[in-house]
Unconditional design. Structure first.
Length: 433
């Protein structure tokens, strides 16, 4: 730049110098100087015109071999242009590579804008979702994949969980799992995966557990019945063995019953929607807790609202009862248990707080899995099956509610069932006369 500036300054000085010499030699210095300035001005305008033509795209080549400021300006621009071109080519290559990869994915991938308009899709989307190129580009996804369930889910805005078991529009036998990943301002990536095999396996698993549990029920009832009939009068040494046999057969019966409950819950999409009279349910829960505790704990019932719930009384009672029973079983004698029913904002919440052994944070993510126990021996000693919290989770899912667990080892735990505000019912008016 400095060199270019010097060259340009030298050129101006040379022209002015020449005008000065000519003016001194031939007379009329002012005219010569004026002519030199005018010439420089015309030259400047000519170069500007050339520059303008190049910018507008009328001229392809720029004379960038000039050693002065114009050449330096042109060379700078050409360099920038070249870099920009290289960058664009790189981006284009990247985009092509991305498209080729996305097109080859076995999962259907659809790019949607905020309004649900299709901006792009891969080949698997044609096979799984029936989208056709270019016909469906720019179309509305909900109009093309006509399923009220999918539309509701798309418009719901909560895509933290995938939408499972969606029949493929191209083939009813195909079962899809849909997932939405919002990735840029108002843009969403919809991924549909063929889950048919997984769903079939899941169904086989469910049927297997349900059938085995069902088949075990009758022989267990027989064993249980005969065990109750045996009187160890002749051989008293059999007494402890009989006690153990009875306790184990009771445990097995309870496991089978819990497995059957879980199978029944899993097979259901929804439960009966009835008024659950919470005051009655809570009084029963308190009586159950007292019967289980046998006076070893201080049990309190804190009714902070008289709101009722919409849902299944039987299943909700079973879920709440599991939480209360856990609180009693995992709290040492002398501890306290508080059963609470309240409104948090507009959301009805049932919670059980105990001053028991608590659960370490590392166990919490898996605590609602079937047969997951923090300590198997403690669970067995207290008559647990390892299925209680799984049942709670399923019942709450069927009520679109969530389970929140706060716990500290050695201090205690609070298990809260948080229901949606739409499930709250104003208390029924007292019946008179
Ligand atoms: P279980 O029949 O073994 O009690 P659950 O599914 O009800 O099975 O509970 C799973 C595990 O969670 C239990 O084994 C226990 O370790 C832990 N747990 C559940 N409730 C409590 C509680 N109130 N306090 C401490 N630990 C608990």
């Amino acid at each position: 730049m400095d060199r270019a500036l010097h060259v340009s300054l030298w050129r101006i000085a040379a022209v002015l110098g020449l005008a000065l010499v000519l003016g001194l030699l031939l007379g009329g210095l002012a005219w010569w100087l004026l002519a030199a300035t005018g010439g420089a001005l015309v030259y400047l305008l000519w170069r500007l015109r050339q520059f303008g033509l190049w910018l507008q795209g009328h001229s392809r080549r720029l004379p960038n071999d000039d050693a002065g400021l114009w050449g330096s300006l042109y060379r700078g621009l050409v360099l920038r242009q070249r870099r920009e071109l290289q960058r664009r080519r790189r981006l284009l290559r990247l985009l092509r590579a991305f498209r080729t990869t996305a097109a080859a994915l076995p999962d259907a991938t659809v790019v949607l804008d905020a309004a649900g308009t299709i901006l792009w899709f891969n080949t698997a989307a044609t096979r799984l979702l029936g989208l056709s190129y270019p016909h469906d580009m720019g179309g509305h996804f909900s109009n093309l994949v006509r399923s009220p369930r999918v539309t509701r889910w798309l418009e719901g805005g909560d895509w933290s969980e995938p939408l499972m078991d969606v029949p493929a529009p191209t083939d009813d036998a195909l079962r899809l799992g849909l997932r939405i990943i919002p990735y840029a301002e108002g843009q969403r990536l919809l991924v549909a995966r063929d889950m048919s095999k997984l769903m079939q396996l899941e169904q086989v698993r469910r049927d297997f557990v349900a059938n085995v549990s069902h088949e075990l029920r009758t022989p267990l009832t027989v064993v249980h019945g005969y065990l109750d009939l045996i009187e160890p009068d002749q051989s008293p040494e059999l007494e402890p063995i009989l006690v153990e046999l009875r306790s184990q057969s009771r445990r097995m019966t309870q496991i089978v019953e819990d497995l059957l409950t879980l199978s029944r819950l899993e097979a259901q999409d929804s439960l009966p929607e009835e008024r659950v009279s919470m005051t009655g349910v809570l009084q029963t829960l308190r009586r159950e807790a007292e019967a289980l505790s046998l006076g070893r704990h201080a049990i309190s019932l804190d009714l902070r609202t008289d709101t009722d719930l919409t849902g299944s009384t039987k299943e909700l009672h079973s879920a709440f009862s599991n939480l209360v029973s856990n609180a009693v079983r995992y709290t040492p004698a002398g501890g306290s248990i508080a059963i609470r029913w309240e409104l948090r904002g507009a959301e009805p919440v049932f919670s059980v707080t105990d001053t028991g052994q608590g659960i370490a944070p590392s166990h919490l993510p898996r605590i609602t899995e079937r047969f997951y126990r923090v300590s198997s021996s403690r669970s067995r000693d207290t008559g647990g099956t390892g299925l209680g919290l799984s049942i709670v989770k399923h019942v709450l899912q069927l009520h679109q509610a969530r389970l929140c667990i706060e716990s500290e080892v050695g201090v205690g735990s609070t298990f809260s069932c948080v229901f949606g505000a739409e499930r709250a019912l104003a208390a029924a008016a007292e019946e008179t006369g």
